[in-house]
Design a protein around this ligand. Sequence first.
Ligand SMILES: Nc1ncnc2c1ncn2[C@@H]1O[C@H](COP(=O)(O)OP(=O)(O)O)[C@@H](O)[C@H]1O
Ligand SMILES: [Mg+2]
Length: 249
Amino acid sequence: MTSTHAAAKASAASPLLSVRDLAVFYGDAQALDGVSLDVNEGEIVAIIGANGAGKTSLIRSIGGVVPARSGSVRFDGREIAGLPSHVVCDLGLGQVAEGRQVFPNMSVLENLEIGAMLPRARAGAAKTLEAVFAMFPRLRERVAQPAGTLSGGEQQMLAIGRCLMGAPRLIMFDEPSMGLAPAVVLEVLNVIRQLHGRGMTVMLVEQNVAASLRLADRAYVLENGSIVLSGKGSELLGDERIKQAYLGL
Ligand SMILES: Nc1ncnc2c1ncn2[C@@H]1O[C@H](COP(=O)(O)OP(=O)(O)O)[C@@H](O)[C@H]1O
Ligand SMILES: [Mg+2]
């Protein structure tokens, strides 16, 4: 374990999300091996890793979508490993899945309403909807439009808006800018920055490594299912290993 890893661990007093020794298998194939990480309230924590490193498996196992073989996942002090995903969501741990999972035949408004079906979100849904529309004016202009007819960027905004409708305390983003035009990538990263500015806690998996390290307070590097390095975003940006492996420098 590196010194930056130890320092990052020491600074985590009482994390909102705390993962310990997480192992995930698909059949006999191990996707995650002994993963431990913390996300403190108000932080943006980036997860960096090549294709197949296990980033999506990490998000899906924390969210209860894929079962953990062993290990602990604590959210807000409560053990959540083994809980079904709708229960995890209702505790305030939201995720924006890879590939803009909107319901294409449903309208923008219906997609947003689905996000607010969580018990924790129902009472505040009208107010949250206004906040989502204030953040994404283009969604308000397109409330009745089938989600499948939105542009890629608009669909990603809708996926984020739907997650926000569930009143999350922490959002895990899985490659939110994938497949989007450069200008839209900037928009998506800006949305994450704005949410962070309003106090949202974020775990970010992003193929755009340089941008995500600039945005992140801290980051972990995942290789072959294990964390091999961690530290402040700014430190990792200057790390030779990161430069060579992920920044093409
Ligand atoms: N549903 C699945 N069934 C079997 N193997 C899977 C499944 N999903 C992912 N994997 C494997 O698990 C490993 C990690 O994948 P993934 O978590 O998607 O990585 P990343 O998101 O970092 O690209 C890869 O070897 C991948 O092939
Ligand atoms: Mg992935």
